[in-house]
Design a protein around this ligand. Structure first.
Ligand SMILES: O=C(O)CCC(=O)C(=O)O
Ligand SMILES: [Fe+2]
Length: 195
């Protein structure tokens, strides 16, 4: 019996999944506190291809801190995500080699317009994960992740602390709605090795 069967099954059936409780409230509180302590190291995120670094506040307004896989403050979340990566590989043969990830904060009012995470001609991002770090998030705080589904409808994910959103990077356009207050997350991509 594996721990992430629900994620595996959902990815097969629909290509996306929302899993509450990926981190406990105490784990969320610890990670957001350490992230807030590093707030000065965050930088405005760029748009365009990996490496391209044009800042465009009309498209995205978040500030990010890239993590390496030995980051001590995020170790527990990264270990759990690595277990998920192993299960996805074992069940679905996705060949996911690594997690590329950053912490992100959207100050109140900031957003990320509708986009796809996989850039044209660069297909190493296979699965997107977003782990929310907002302990007390209410429905009226905004900041939903809006996922545009295959049938033309959409679903909104409330960025509540501990919830993990998972979706195939090449398949679902999505956007981040503006929030009433600061919105924290750990966002990443399970990648294949470039050929
Ligand atoms: O924070 C989210 O809900 C999604 C962030 C996102 O789409 C991205 O960083 O590419
Ligand atoms: Fe995205």
């Amino acid at each position: 019996m594996s721990g992430f069967d629900c994620v595996v099954n959902a990815l097969v059936e629909t290509g996306w999944c929302v899993l509450p409780g990926f981190l406990t409230p105490a784990e969320v509180a610890a990670l957001v506190a350490s992230s807030q302590a590093r707030r000065g190291d965050f930088a405005r995120a760029g748009v365009g291809r990996a490496g391209g670094h044009a800042v465009n506040g009309e498209i995205r307004g978040d500030e990010v801190l890239w993590l390496d896989d030995a980051d001590p403050a995020a170790a527990l979340a990264l270990a759990r995500l690595d277990a998920l990566r192993g299960e996805l590989n074992a069940a679905l043969y996705l060949g996911l080699a690594e997690l590329e990830c950053h912490l992100a904060v959207y100050p109140a009012g900031r957003f990320y317009k509708r986009h796809l995470d996989q850039h044209r001609g660069e297909d190493t991002r296979v699965v997107t994960i977003v782990l929310y770090l907002n302990p007390e998030w209410g429905e009226t705080d905004g900041g939903e992740l809006r996922l545009y589904l295959d049938d033309g409808s959409h679903t909104d994910v409330v960025p509540h602390g501990g919830t993990l959103a998972v979706f195939m990077s090449d398949r679902f356009e999505h956007e981040v709605k503006p929030a009433q207050r600061e919105r924290w997350s750990l966002t990443g991509w399970f990648r294949r090795r470039a050929l």
